[in-house]
Write a protein that binds this ligand. Structure first.
Ligand code: NAD
Length: 443
């Protein structure tokens, strides 16, 4: 099939490459000229395991192209995906500017039947808005052309995006017409050979499903973070509580890890957008508001504990931060908890040295305002002379560090374990002060 994917970010680029891998002819369209020029030379704008090989192979095979020319790109695909960003607007709602701009390009340049597939995460009713924009562009051109708009929210996880796209838990298609549904079923069939998990529903339900799924995951973490604060207060260990709770199959083990807060390009903006959607429809959600509030407090927790230990004036102090990405496996630092912590430490006059295996370049590019942040070449260099180490992202390479080397490098052997990676007793036996999240020992 001929496919166009508008937006070559985490979702669009993975979608384009995986569809090309299955033999489709795919054009990826992006407004970012530097990104497109790089992709034409098989240079990756993002880090995602397995993606570089996939892109290079399909470029070489001629099944995948990248373009900034909207007219040519839109003309190419009989299925046109919209996979552009939907950031938070000031009031917490989803900013649909990019989605509607993509819809308008489609209306302006389409020349035959198109199935327009909205893969961006968008509020309920967006399929109708996209349909309206395309219809109005066609009207201005005095063109009468058939098209369908389908909601197909994406559930891939950064850090495992290629695997998730290739073997999805489920594919959700919200469509009101049979022709579009048939085309999407055919497109996704190769990805669902081993388990047919294509769920069909109306577009509004598909749109709401995506937000509900992300909100549920965020809520579970916020709930456990609240349990962690309680565990610290009453002298219980949230790690043991997690195992006890997660062993109930009705609850399951996923997304129960207490830590220094969740972040990323999806949870914060999606929970806010869902809460906003509820408020605008008179169905304000106390649960969603609390999920966000608990997370805001949790993201301040490490800095608050540092202040409790070292006092409010951190001039002359030095801290090491391990992990800048919002989670392991990605270079994405959008809404990362590390940023909240580093900002606070720097504002209080501390020196901060950060280390991340993948995300230092993207942090430097995205956080030009954090000019005080020093980037260390390795984790031990970050720890050199530090009054404390703060572990913020659970990268594998942080799980079993050389504690002796670490202690020798640091000015004071104090570990703030923001992801509960270490057994407190073991780390203490190695001569460290250990402060976890909900391990029953926090000051
Ligand atoms: P991103 O910021 O990584 O990429 C978006 C891309 O779209 C950018 O390269 C940008 O230049 C391009 N773009 C913007 N406007 C354009 C236009 N009019 N025409 C062509 N290109 C345009 O975003 P992302 O992380 O891939 O997210 C895209 C959507 O998918 C969002 O709605 C997000 O919520 C959703 N989503 C993201 C993830 C994730 O893990 N990142 C997972 C599921 C769903």
């Amino acid at each position: 099939m001929k496919i166009t994917v508008i937006g070559a970010g985490y979702v669009g680029l993975v979608t384009a490459a995986c569809l090309a891998e299955m033999g489709n002819s795919v054009v990826g369209l992006d407004v970012d000229e530097a990104r497109v020029a790089g992709l034409q030379r098989a240079e990756m704008p993002i880090h995602e395991p397995g993606l570089a090989d996939l892109v290079a192979r399909n470029l070489a095979a001629g099944r995948l192209r990248f373009d900034t020319d909207a007219a040519a790109a839109v003309a190419h695909g009989s299925i046109v995906f919209i996979a552009v960003g939907t950031p938070s607007a000031e009031d917490g709602s989803a900013d649909l500017r990019h989605v509607l701009a993509a819809a308008s390009s489609i209306g302006r340049y389409m020349n035959d039947y198109k199935v327009v597939v909205n893969k961006s995460t968008v509020p309920v009713g967006s399929a109708e808005r996209v349909r309206g924009v395309i219809a109005s562009e066609l009207h201005q051109r005095a063109a009468v052309l058939p098209f369908s708009v389908v909601s197909n929210p994406e559930f891939l996880k950064e850090g495992a995006a290629v695997d998730d796209f290739m073997s999805p838990d489920r594919v959700i298609v919200g469509a009101d017409d049979d022709r579009a549904m048939y085309m999407l079923r055919s497109l996704y069939a190769p990805f669902l050979r081993n388990r047919d998990r294509l769920l069909t529903m109306d577009a509004r339900s598909a749109e709401l499903t995506k937000y509900a799924a992300n909100a549920m995951l965020a809520l579970r973490i916020s709930f456990m973070n609240e349990m962690a604060l309680l565990a610290d207060a009453v002298g219980a260990d949230v790690e043991q509580v997690r195992q006890g709770v997660g062993s109930d199959p009705r609850i399951g083990t996923h997304f129960l890890y207490a830590g220094c807060g969740w972040g990323g390009s999806c949870f914060p903006k999606d929970v806010k957008a869902l809460a906003h959607l509820g408020h605008t429809h008179g169905v304000g959600s106390q649960l969603l508001d609390a999920t966000l509030a608990v997370n805001d407090r949790q993201r301040q927790l490490l800095a608050a504990r540092v202040v409790q230990r070292f006092g409010p004036d951190l001039r002359g102090r030095r801290f090491a931060v391990w992990g800048l990405a919002f989670k392991p496996g990605t270079d994405d630092v959008r809404e990362a908890p590390s940023r909240v912590l580093i900002e606070e430490l720097l504002a209080r006059g501390a020196e901060v040295a950060g280390y991340d295996p993948i995300a230092m370049a993207s942090a430097a590019a995205r956080w030009p305002d954090l000019s005080g942040l020093q980037y260390a070449p390795d984790p031990y260099a970050a720890a050199r002379g530090a009054d404390a180490l703060l572990v913020v992202t659970e990268w594998r390479e942080f799980r079993s560090p050389d504690f002796e080397r670490l202690r020798a490098a640091m000015a004071q052997p104090i570990v703030y374990d923001g992801r509960n990676l270490y057994d407190p007793a073991t780390v203490r036996a190695l001569g460290f002060e250990h402060v976890g999240i909900g391990r029953g020992t926090a000051p």
